[in-house]
Design a protein around this ligand. Structure first.
Ligand code: ZN
Length: 216
């Protein structure tokens, strides 16, 4: 698909009428777009394919991803125990970071500092906690893992920021983005692989099958 960078007309003039795609104030759409862009950028950087990503100013948005290799494995035998504990913990924290990346991207876009972990009652936080629960069994461990994952998300997004902006601008202008465009946006960042280091592999996703297909 043709790249859309650099052409984000929010309002198109047609026959004297101004067509405004979004019925709500731009700030709202902008927040949603950056939120979804945060998820999508991290999903892409970690080696998965963004299957659906959209943002609206009226009904929120969604960023869904698919991991290569997932179809060859099953939840029951994804076998967390075949990974060393440290790696399991790292992998799960990255998974949680994908969930937390939405809110963190919004905060970065608004210039808000990271002042400690959030405990929001939203589906992203719930999703992250479900991931973390698989490895961090005690409440206190899970809590610190949650804070760590949020910082991880923020650090990764800062590294990926040019891509996050490009993805968000496409979402603002067109309401949706496809995987090719996410991949192209990630080319704006040097050393994308630094973000996931060795996690951008099937292993990450075999570890996290429970989350497959669930929207962030
Ligand atoms: Zn989200």
């Amino acid at each position: 698909m043709a790249m859309r960078f650099g052409c984000p007309p929010l309002h198109r003039r047609r026959s004297g009428y101004v067509v405004v795609p979004c019925p709500l104030p731009p700030l709202n759409l902008r927040s949603v777009a950056y939120h979804e862009a945060g998820h999508a950028a991290l999903q892409g950087a970690l080696g998965c394919r963004v299957t659906r990503c959209f943002a609206t100013g009226s009904e929120g948005g969604l960023s869904e991803a698919f991991c290569p290799g997932a179809e060859h494995a099953r939840i029951e035998n994804a076998g967390m125990n075949k990974f060393p504990l440290q790696l399991e913990q790292d992998l799960i924290c990255w998974m949680a970071a994908v969930s937390f990346a939405g809110v963190q991207a919004e905060m970065l876009m608004h210039g808000l500092p990271f002042k400690g972990m959030f405990q929001l009652q939203d589906s992203d936080t719930e999703h992250a906690n479900q991931c973390l629960m698989r490895v961090f069994t005690s409440d206190s461990d899970r809590k610190s893992a949650s804070g760590y994952s949020q910082e991880l998300a923020r650090a990764a997004l800062m590294h990926l920021w040019p891509a996050v902006e490009a993805i968000a601008e496409i979402l603002i202008a067109y309401g949706e983005i496809d995987n090719d465009e996410v991949v192209a946006a990630l080319h704006l960042v040097e050393d994308v692989k630094e973000v996931g280091r060795f996690y951008a592999t099937e292993a990450l996703w075999q570890c996290s099958l429970k989350t497959m297909g669930e929207p962030w």
